[in-house]
Design a protein around this ligand. Structure first.
Ligand code: G3H
Length: 248
């Protein structure tokens, strides 16, 4: 692995004030390995509640952000507002935003650049669809999505790449450690050739897609897997802690 292990919990569009206050209290009492960066991403409306009740051990992320400075953009949330409530990260380019909402590479690249320029860390998601994998296009698709970030971002210092094969998200069909490792190694190689050897060796590449307390330690053993982006299993405090603690 590269640098400190990084585990993010993406709560997606789930939770209520009550369920989130229970999840926060479970996280606050969980024993977490000290040498792991831990981040959770609640829905926007609960960000402030989570930020003010969660232990400082865990950083808070948004699940999206507006592409520029705030203003007359109904329904959007600006990077400045996220910083104002204490968020340190934003998840961008998630497959649900690409494929359900229709965000494209260029828009995502611009969002990443804006967030980084304003000092937020970016969890930059990429990943192929099942038919793309079956057509042998996994690397092409992932490289193209990665290139879109590379074309826009001012620096890679504050970026974590999340490789999330779309067929593995929320399906219970986790990538095998070999499948994930193969793509992670290819992404690192792409960074080396197209950005720099230093960025390739320092940038953390985390895996997402049906990670749970039972499969995380085998995945974590892979050379180029530097952590996880967890969806469903991050809604359960003890299981999320197990995943955090699967660092090797
Ligand atoms: O951002 C998280 C991923 O989409 C993974 O979700 O763990 O529910 O498969 P999942």
């Amino acid at each position: 692995g590269t640098g400190k292990f990084f585990v993010g919990g993406n709560w997606k569009c789930n939770g209520t004030k009550d369920s989130i206050s229970k999840l926060v209290s479970d996280l606050n009492s969980a024993k977490l390995e000290p040498d792991v960066d831990v981040v959770v991403a609640p829905p926007f409306v609960y960000l402030d509640q989570v930020k003010s009740s969660l232990s400082d051990r865990i950083e808070v992320s948004a699940q999206n952000s507006w592409v520029g400075k705030g203003g007359a953009f109904t329904g959007e949330i600006s990077v400045e507002q996220l910083k104002d409530i204490g968020a340190k990260w934003v998840i961008l380019g998630h497959s649900e935003r690409r494929h359900i909402i229709g965000e494209d590479d260029q828009f995502i690249g611009k969002k990443a650049a804006y967030a980084l320029n304003e000092g937020l860390g970016v969890i930059a998601c990429i990943g192929e669809l099942l038919d793309e994998r079956e057509a042998g296009k996994t690397f092409d698709v992932c490289f193209q999505q990665l290139k879109a970030y590379a074309d826009y971002v001012p620096s890679w210092d504050n970026i974590v790449i999340a490789y999330e094969p779309v067929w593995a998200i929320g399906t219970g069909k986790v990538a095998t450690p070999q499948q994930a490792q193969e793509v992670h190694a290819a992404l690192r190689d792409w960074l080396k050739k197209n950005v720099s050897a230093e960025v390739a060796s320092k940038t953390r590449i985390i895996y997402g897609g049906s990670v749970n307390g039972g499969n995380s330690s085998e995945l974590a053993k892979q050379e180029d897997i530097d952590g996880f982006l967890v969806g469903g299993a991050s809604l359960k405090g003890p299981e999320f802690a197990t995943i955090v603690n699967s660092v090797t």
